[in-house]
Design a protein around this ligand. Sequence first.
Ligand code: SAM
Length: 239
Amino acid sequence: MRIDVISLFPPMFEAISAHGITGRAVKNGLLTLRVWNPRDYTEDKHRSVDDRPYGGGPGMVMMIEPLQRAIRAARGEQGKAVKVMYLSPQGRQLDHAAVLELSKREGMILLAGRYEGIDERLLQAEVDEEWSIGDYVLSGGELAAMVLIDAVTRQLPGALGDEDSAQQDSFVEGLLDCEHYTRPEEYAGRKVPEVLLSGDHEKIRRWRLKRSLGRTWLRRPDLLERLTLNQEQKQLLEE
Ligand code: SAM
């Protein structure tokens, strides 16, 4: 997958390109990540990318032209079919289903806003979709873009080793994940559940499924309402 990001702060993306699972995906060539700085597409000596809002009021607004040139440069490398996606609190909210959908794409161009936002005419002319990571306002679209990239990368075939398989993750089967334990066997009087030390794989599988169901029922009953439970799940939930 190829992802181009338009951002005033390219170094922020080292957080994902140089570390962890996303860093490994970049290294293995599963993910190609390039960040384009609109400041490199300005034509005045101050390299201006923002200006005061028409109508007055606080803050600055990102100008059309540097963004448009940066987006078009990225489009030039990815091709016309690629979608330009603006990270915005007003966009469609990212969830597991959306992440799966996005992970099937060959590429995307992510646009990170700053200040009060971006001149509306740039959005109308260049943006295909708007995506939000939640109902709150960030100072910029970079963290939102990184959240999207991280979540999507985890779904790329081969991005996760066996040791960090996504199979049991929350939302994958429509349930929350069960709890996890590692050494020591006892900590401050709290013991690891005995079944996990039993070596009985079938018993452990059933225990984990039961805990997942229980947690989902307690913490996110809305998820259970959307799920059609199979025979085993129904039985475990009633036990
Ligand atoms: N004035 C804008 C509004 O209220 O809709 C918010 C501007 S915000 C301070 C600056 C930038 O952060 C936005 O252009 C957007 O790219 C990004 N951003 C803020 N909150 C976000 C969210 N929840 N999801 C995705 N991007 C967000």
